[in-house]
Design a protein around this ligand. Sequence first.
Ligand code: NAD
Length: 477
Amino acid sequence: MAIAPTKPRKSFSQSVNLMVERAMQHVNIPEGLKQQIIACNNVIEVQFPIVMDDGSVRTIKGWRAVHSDHRSPAKGGIRYAANVNQDEVIALASLMTYKCAIVNVPFGGSKGGVKIDPRDFSESELERITRRYAYELILKGYISSGGNVPAPDMGTGQREMSWISDVYRSMHPDDINHFACVTGKPVANGGIQGRVEATGRGVQYALQEFFRHPRDMEMAGLSGSLEGKRIVVQGLGNVGFHAAKFLQEEDGAHIICIIERDGAIIDENGLNVQSVRDYMDEYGGIQGYPEGKYVADGIKCLELDCDILIPAALESQITVDNAERIQARLIIEAANGPITFDADEILRQRGIVIIPDAYANAGGVTVSYFEWLKNLSHVRFGRMTRRLDEYRMKQIIDAMELLTGKQLPDSVKKNLTLPTEELVMVRSGLEDTMRLAYQEISQAFHEQPNIHDFRTACFYISIKKIAQTYLDMGIWP
Ligand code: NAD
């Protein structure tokens, strides 16, 4: 008997493009423009040697893709991962394009990757890798405040962004906007309050907004608020940790399972997210965590019965292999691409509601945009108005008390005259952005007759905005 050939799996970028093409059917724009929007404009591969601490030499490979520069600069994180490849970087860059459009951040889409597992390198080796990678990209025009602005992603953080900014400054000493060449920097070195938590915070705001929409909740078979909702989180890194922590501490949700690379911990009564994170920081993983039940086959826990599933680690975690067994009512994609195209089709047919990555994890780029604006304006948000606002508010309180002959309670006065700190402004800007974008997606979903899921609604809105930019600026002869 002939063996049926196995169907080749779709690559990450093929998967994203199929999802985008599904949405494109609903947008009335020229065919050629559709192809331009989907295509990756350019991608560079770099290879360079670095000296290891023991004196040996290692060759390192990296990429930076610019999916779209219909707006400048192009924006997107840099990922350090052992199996990152060109296709992955292109897929992530394309998601950045749609992400920026959905949250009205006026950037194109880009992404970078370096093929290393950062855990295999010392800090000084990582510094040499980062500086050399940055040097290669800057030299070739792939990093600048007006052209292409990286940020952190998996395996990178403030430290790496600070090194990149320093390399850029040394190569462009006269560029007074040098800080704006990269975002996600430490606050003392050109960064902004609230950037580290931003993506996780954005996930929280997205969920809070979902629970303000009864029709959407009903679709997922959910009701009430986030309080007491049973949540499974995959990945307790930057994004997963902040999302889970805020949902637990501020919204009263129960984090019943945390899945990490070395297994999962389940506790039906709810895990203490901060305590799990502290344990991971100390022991390098979650195995051995003293509370809850440990499960070695962590990925199996994506299939647990829960209200909300938050994949916040890697792409391609929900595939045709496990999509039929997913029991969550609502999935919010904190990671990029955690659900493959084929799995997405299965989940949609099963009526599982998905809040898609292009919107759900846009909090990071939103606050990166604020940081970039701060760097270009060379002044901290609120510096000129903080005292003025406080003084004006005092005057209003005095006037109210004078007119009514009554005293406002001290606690009310204190709240009204609190100085508006940068962090408060950043969170407020982020919340507003996430709420408005959700409302746009939900509206498109409910009003467009042939759109039956949030992902298609999200891409539909993004594509319309990107196409409009192309049509408004005109296409060069
Ligand atoms: P991170 O490196 O800080 O954290 C990733 C976490 O996932 C780590 O705790 C790691 O141990 C865990 N992990 C790795 N492999 C795993 C596996 N097989 N199973 C379970 N857990 C595993 O990365 P991050 O910045 O939190 O990024 C996570 C996801 O969010 C990525 O898809 C990234 O592209 C996306 N994202 C990040 C940002 C950002 O601002 N950092 C913004 C938008 C999107």
